[in-house]
Design a protein around this ligand. Sequence first.
Ligand code: LLP
Length: 427
Amino acid sequence: MSSLFPVPQLSPRVTEQGTQLFLENVSLNGLAKQFGTPLYVYSQAQLLADWAAWQYPEDQVPERNIHVCYAVKACSNLSVLRLFAERGAFFDTVSEGEIARALAAGAPANRVVFSGVAKSEREITFALAQGIFCFNAESAAELERLNEIALRMGKRAPISLRVNPDVDAKTHPYISTGLRGNKFGIAHTDALAVYQRAASLPGLDVIGIDYHIGSQITELSPFLDAQNRLFELVRQLRAVGIELTHIDLGGGLGVRYRDETPPAPRELIEQSLKGLRDAGFAHDLLFEPGRSLVANSCVLLTQVEYLKHNDDKNFAIVDAGMNDFIRPALYEAWVGVENCTVHDDVPAQVYDVVGPVCESSDWLALDRSLNVKQGDVLAVLSAGAYGFSMSSNYNTRTRPAEVLVDGADARVIRRREVLTELWAHEV
Ligand code: LLP
């Protein structure tokens, strides 16, 4: 399996056995044959390993609770949510739908955090009725709405304010959220006044502070810069008599797609704890990881429909398109692509791996050296985060099935859509 770019390793649970790639103890070619392609396949062992990497021994933090709030948007499949829910996860959600999903997967409402810049009346009413843990409010206007609805319902809304710390997360601009020009959160400079207003509203219970500065962050420094900015505010709030019970340091921890070396969750937690201790803070600590809990557990299987040679370009045309996996088209994201069959008799050639959708941006990988034949199944690696959850029906294409592998077992956790479902709501 040569590649023009060195691939330091396959996905953690993908191994070469004989002439085939396996995920855990299951042949990927076998799965493609059994369930069809395109197909999202998750490794339960890796999901659990990634969950375990975020756990911090309780006896080492007697002074506070640490809650890991899985960001549902990264991969919202009920079976994946359930795996985390059963292990005590909190959930970071951004819509009524995500809250309902977390509840359907067995999460108690008091482990749900509700983020997002545009929470509607209906969504707030729903979340309040359920009794969620905290609203991560993103504007002064949202606080007024939260207060009104809570009073109307005879409740108090637990709130945290998302503060925009104005730090550079050093990631792709489309997934950077903590800079002054972003739509997210409340400006650091306005935060104190907005907190004071919130504290004066009888329908609100001010319990926390949060930020989220971006995604696929591969260095510690942006997190630490943002934390320090947040801690300044916590001190200022204290000085005016506003005591919080938790600090939510958001998500954003990156993963290895190619050669990145992101800090381990443990390192981030330890550095954050150090910062809190140095500041003399005993607040509970929340994190909202999405990608780092699911990205590396999954491969997207896709079959090569045709090989085509145009002028000086070779194309491997596959059956997964940007509607199935949009990250390359949207962010020019680099993902590993490997042939599930190891051929010694096929010479390597450099290909663009492109999909069936009628858009020039419909590619999965560019300039990759592959030993590939028509009919081969390719594995797109590290497809678990923002993969299926960002899929669509563009070009009237049914979305893929999802399969969960556990050892030698594989079971469908979302069946493939059928065409009639795609126009079932139309007249
Ligand atoms: N918390 C909040 C408030 C968020 O907005 C996000 C992600 C997360 C947590 C989880 O971030 P993570 O740990 O996954 O980086 N579709 C893009 C990523 C968008 C992230 C949006 N917000 C991608 O495919 O790269």
